[in-house]
Design a protein around this ligand. Structure first.
Ligand code: ADP
Length: 382
């Protein structure tokens, strides 16, 4: 199928049926598309909002073909995908947005680091090893062992290790190296972490969402704040880097770029080529949400306005709550409570709360109050 063959009411097939696909379903009517999700079971989050459901495994070619048969274009709500399979699917004429070539930069951290270093983009010093002896001495020079990462398959901090000693570092590399390549990375000094959503259309138009602060605890983002408190030059640098990355990888759809703010300036951490936790606040906070814009972009339509409609917003994730969301959580002044309709599991993201308004300190207090009433197991980081 060619781009120009896509009809106005495009059927967007989504590989994955988690909360991101669910929120795409919520916004589908604004983007004039139908959402068809590929779900592995009938308890998945996105089934409640999808126009249609195909049951199957994202790693089965037959099931991907079944989704393709119901869709005009295929997109993603997670990155635990088999790129070889997706490329084979694309070779049969199925339209995938973003493309498997673009997805490679988010699925494989080593591919991203190597390509960006070649382009002169700021990434942490890194190397790829299978055994401890292969790590250059410079990675231990500042007295702190490096960070060790599995290049693929990790999320929410799974697959990322911070060894405390040289011995632990070597032990971990041996264990990880027995399974596959290990990404060894300089441990950066983090002043803060920020993220930026961007959307790029089939025609190549790029629109940036404002930069936000992301607060991490135990490798998982637990709070997002708009606006950031960085100087204008750093914000302009992020805008430039995010745009360059979107163009470099040939993005279609939305993408999150996560940055470390270090004493040396911005350093790129990772990409997510899909709607992202750091963009949930855009549902209430921007003219067009990240979900609506993703659907507009992948269905070949012009992009929506990414401007903020609020002066400030705070989003808090609800993780591992063991009570169904309480009406009290939604009763907090200005709180928008989003339930993902998922069963409780320790450490699982079950929903989020966004509060919009004027003053970050007040919004933070309200958002956490609401998230605690919802029953989040996470705690506010100061
Ligand atoms: P995931 O892919 O599981 O989200 P990340 O690579 O984003 O994992 O790492 C999770 C968190 O670990 C980051 O948000 C950051 O707080 C910390 N981290 C990751 N890499 C480094 C690094 N090189 N230096 C310092 N901290 C890091």
């Amino acid at each position: 199928m060619k781009d120009e063959d896509i009809s106005p009411l495009v059927r967007v097939g989504v590989i994955g049926a988690g909360q991101l696909a669910r929120m795409m379903g919520d916004e589908a009517s604004k983007s004039n598309v139908r959402v068809v999700v590929l779900a592995t079971g009938d308890d998945e989050s996105a089934i409640a909002t999808a126009d249609a459901v195909v049951f199957g495994d994202p790693r089965s070619m037959d099931d991907l073909r079944a989704l393709a048969a119901e869709s005009d274009v295929i997109t993603f709500d997670h990155e635990l995908v088999d790129l070889t399979l997706l490329s084979a699917l694309a070779d049969t004429g199925v339209t995938l947005r973003p493309s498997p070539d673009a997805l490679r930069f988010s699925v494989d951290k080593l591919v991203q680091r190597a390509a960006f270093a070649l382009e002169g983009l700021p990434v942490p010093a890194f190397c790829e090893v299978r055994a401890p002896e292969e790590v250059p001495a410079s990675f231990f020079a500042n007295g702190q062992p490096p960070v060790l990462k599995a290049p693929t398959g990790g999320y929410d901090g799974r697959g990322v290790h911070f060894p405390d000693s040289l011995e632990e570092c070597h032990e971990l590399i041996r264990a990880m190296g027995a399974i596959g390549p290990v990404l060894v990375e300089e441990r950066c000094t983090l002043l803060s972490e920020v993220a930026q959503m961007v959307v790029r259309s089939v025609a190549g138009d790029v629109k940036l969402y404002p930069l936000v602060t992301t607060v991490q605890a135990d490798g998982m983002c637990n709070e997002v704040r708009f606006p950031v408190t960085l100087d204008d030059a750093t914000i302009a640098h992020a805008n430039d880097l995010t745009t360059r990355i979107a163009e470099l990888i040939g993005l279609v759809g939305v993408m999150a770029v996560e940055y470390f703010v270090t004493p040396q300036g911005l350093v790129i951490n990772e990409l997510a080529l899909r709607p992202h936790n750091s963009g949930h606040w855009t549902i209430e906070g921007c003219v067009t949400s990240q979900f609506a814009n993703h659907l507009l972009a992948v269905s070949g339509q012009p992009l929506g306005d990414t401007s903020p409609v609020v002066s400030a917003a705070v989003m808090v994730n609800v993780v591992g709550s063991d009570v169904p969301a309480t009406p009290e959580a939604a009763a907090i002044d200005g709180a928008f409570v989003h339930h993902y309709g998922k069963a409780w599991r320790s450490g699982r993201k079950l929903g989020h709360v966004t509060v919009t308004g004027e003053d970050i300190a007040t919004l933070k207090m309200q958002a956490w109050k609401s998230a605690h009433l919802y029953g989040t197991r996470t705690q506010e980081t100061q």
